[in-house]
Design a protein around this ligand. Structure first.
Ligand code: MGD
Ligand code: MGD
Ligand code: SF4
Ligand code: MO
Length: 632
């Protein structure tokens, strides 16, 4: 008689988005996850969760359309004709073709592409490419978090993810839609309001946060910098800033004050279309802290994003809301622990500086791409140009993992042309995405239920653990295993420049991250997360990582590159270029939906039922002008 074992539970962390919710997985005898539930003990999500984690992730893992074996293209590129091949034959071919390109055009003609730095596949791709001698890898920074990251770095704040929402007295939510993008954060927002906290939302769109806000400013898109500068002016003029803090820890306050004088509420109102009185009220509310700045993609993926963030970051700094309960916490870590970002910047895993300086885009955008860049990656658009034009040098082979560049990068037609022009293109994915469909080789990737991950999560703050449960479906492999297999073969072909990706297993990789911090990996696995001691403030011990060691309101780094060292309002591109009368309307993209993570999960029937069609929202006044009605 068959013995029926009781299902076991595993504490894990969902990695389907950067909310990092704690999860409890129920696993059956066969190692299959039969239930995903929130973990109320998680300090990151405190019991919050969403349908993507509960439903979409298991379905993505077990669905029939899951990629389970390596596929090799047999028809023309994009024709959908494939043959199943073994891993050995796939990796042999990948190594041979990449070594050929490398031999013909040099190591820099090889490029990698991944999505966010919020996953280990980012540094793994960076170190794989560096091992082959190429400094070129693309990451979503151009589209996600890059402007915030650069401002955070040059200003020296280091506050990414450290939003103390629940403890705040005032929230300043700018270009962020927490109800859709971050369910745990949305719960915190509502708790904070229930406690009597005040909410300011700056967003042209009526988000759920805007609906519950005490003050809602609706700027013309791309003009937020003027509001921030006017708020800075108001705080300084009315003595509402943190004098001692500013004197001790900031650089360039006088110059900032002088710059801000331009931005009277009336000037800002004129630029943004928001009433001057509302701008003034926003400044008064924010000054009555502790206040937390909650920012999003709406002010990030913009031509003037760095300067917009610089202005808001200056506001955070001078108001003294840095690293205090209810403010914006700085990133800290257990001593000895290494983050993925540390890995990318670690001198042991770098190429010579003269090589890294040739990272595509670093010549034109030295603080964005290459060795001085936030993540040392490429300027993505310039990479596509290089594929198409051979300038500044040829890019002939691409390996993309965990990013669907065909639909997520701007200008799909151009991306497709660039992909078609390549000598070799390989994609690792879990489903046949439009990007994978263009590849020569498609490699089956593990999902967030099959791969282990150790992450420093700024939100807890804590270290979170994602468990690999049961064997992967089919022959799916994780990024590190694929990279190690490729490197072995490239090495045999004499095409490895340096051994910069030394780990063979996720376990070894994760142990390296844990380093000599006293984190107990077994305890971490047991719980799914581990908190570590965190001290707010502590400005004397943990200095600011800028050339002056202070928060640089006046950035010496920007100055060095001949860029404006002070924050300012910069008109967005669409206000600078001449208007085309055929295109009188402005499109904002990126409204998140509960059921999808960007292009992910769109193959799942239940999600299509909930949200069948992409939607366009039009302002009712504009809609009336064009005779448009609901559901047209
Ligand atoms: N369900 C779901 N959740 C997700 C994702 C997903 O795809 N689906 N994606 C995840 C990822 S990778 C990211 S980066 C985050 C992004 O999530 P958020 O940071 O919240 O960004 P968005 O939803 O793109 O935009 C937020 C708001 O910015 C506004 N906005 C647009 N232009 C401007 C402007 O010029 N000024 C101001 N003030 N506001 C503007 C928009 O109207 C929108 O309401 O969400 C994450 N969470
Ligand atoms: N027009 C417009 N474009 C945008 C945006 C916008 O708002 N508007 N938002 C931008 C933003 S913020 C972002 S972050 C990007 C997102 O761009 P992408 O990162 O490309 O988006 P996704 O569709 O979430 O994921 C892409 C692929 O990741 C793979 N994947 C999922 N999980 C894993 C995993 O565990 N390992 C590996 N190796 N692969 C995995 C899946 O195969 C999936 O096809 O899009 C950007 N592009
Ligand atoms: S919000 Fe949803 S998708 Fe994001 S980590 Fe939490 S459960 Fe996963
Ligand atoms: Mo993103």
């Amino acid at each position: 008689m068959n013995q029926i074992a009781s299902p076991r539970t595993v504490h894990s962390t969902c990695w389907e988005c950067s909310a990092y919710c704690g999860s409890i997985l129920t696993v059956d005898d066969a190692g299959r996850v039969v239930k995903v539930a929130p973990n109320p003990a998680s300090p990151v999500s405190r019991g919050a969760f969403c349908v993507k984690g509960i439903r979409a992730l298991p379905e993505q893992t077990y669905q029939d359309s899951r990629l389970r074996h390596p596929l090799r293209r047999v028809g023309p590129r994009g024709s959908g004709q494939w043959e199943q091949v073994s891993w050995d034959s796939a990796l042999d071919e990948m190594a041979r073709r990449m070594a050929e390109v490398r031999g013909k055009y040099g190591p820099k003609s090889l490029v990698g592409a991944v999505s966010g730095a919020a996953f280990s596949r980012g540094p793994i791709m960076a170190l794989l490419m560096r091992s082959l001698g190429s400094p070129n890898w693309m990451i979503n920074q151009d589209l996600c978090g890059g402007c915030r990251g650069v401002s955070d770095k040059v200003t020296g704040l280091s506050i990414q993810g450290g939003e103390e929402v629940e403890a705040a007295r005032c929230l300043l939510i700018v270009g962020r839609n927490p109800a859709m993008a971050d369910p745990p954060q949305w719960i915190e927002v509502k708790k904070m309001q229930a406690r009597g906290g005040k909410i300011i939302v700056i967003d042209p769109f009526r988000t759920q946060a805007a609906e519950i806000a005490d003050l809602w400013l609706r700027p013309e898109p791309g003009t937020d910098g003027a509001i921030a500068m006017a708020m800075v002016r108001h705080l300084i003029l009315n003595g509402l800033y943190a004098r001692d803090f500013v004197a001790r820890y900031t650089h360039g306050f006088e110059k900032l004050a002088e710059r801000a004088t331009r931005y009277t509420p009336e000037v800002a109102a004129d630029i943004t279309g928001c009433p001057a009185a509302d701008i003034q009220r926003a400044a008064e509310m924010y000054a009555d802290g502790p206040s937390c700045f909650v920012s999003g993609h709406g002010i990030d993926a913009a031509s003037n994003g760095v300067q917009t963030f610089r202005a808001f970051h200056a506001l955070v700094a001078i108001s003294g809301n840095l690293d205090r309960p209810g403010g914006n916490r700085r990133a800290k870590r257990p001593a000895g622990f290494r983050t993925w970002m540390d890995l990318i910047h670690d001198s042991r895993f770098r190429l010579p500086e003269e090589v890294e300086k040739q990272t595509i885009g670093a010549d034109k955008y030295p603080l964005w791409a290459g060795p001085l860049g936030w993540q040392t990656a490429c300027h993505n658009s310039s990479v596509l140009d290089a594929m198409l034009t051979g300038e500044p040098y040829p890019v002939r082979a691409l390996y993309a993992s965990g990013v669907n560049i065909t639909v997520m990068y701007p200008d799909t037609r151009r991306t497709l042309d660039a992909l078609r022009s390549l000598d070799f293109f390989a994609v690792a994915a879990q489903t046949m995405t439009p990007t994978a469909a263009m590849a020569d080789l498609v490699l089956p990737k593990t999902t967030g239920l099959e791969e282990e991950e150790v992450t420093l999560t700024a939100k807890g703050p804590c270290i979170t653990y994602t468990a690999a449960v049961g064997a992967p479906q089919g022959e799916a492999r994780c990024d590190l295993t694929i990279a190690a297999g490729l490197l072995d073969r490239m090495r045999a072909l004499g095409a490895v420049e340096a051994e910069l990706l030394p780990w063979k297993t996720p376990e070894a990789f994760n142990r390296f991250l844990i380093g000599d911090s006293n984190i107990d990996l077994d305890a971490l696995k047991e719980k799914g997360f581990l908190e570590f001691p965190y001290r707010m403030g502590d400005f004397e011990n943990q200095k600011f990582a800028t050339p002056t060691g202070k928060i640089e309101l006046w950035s010496t780094l920007l100055e060095r590159f001949g860029l404006d060292p002070l924050p300012d309002y910069m008109p967005p591109l669409d206000r600078v270029v001449e208007k085309d009368p055929d295109f009188p309307l402005r499109l904002q993209t990126g409204i998140r939906e509960k059921t999808y993570h960007h292009s992910r999960f769109r193959e799942q029937a239940w999600a299509r039922k909930v949200s069948p069609d992409p939607k366009v929202y039009v302002n009712p006044v504009t809609a009336a002008e064009y005779g448009l009605a609901e559901e047209d």
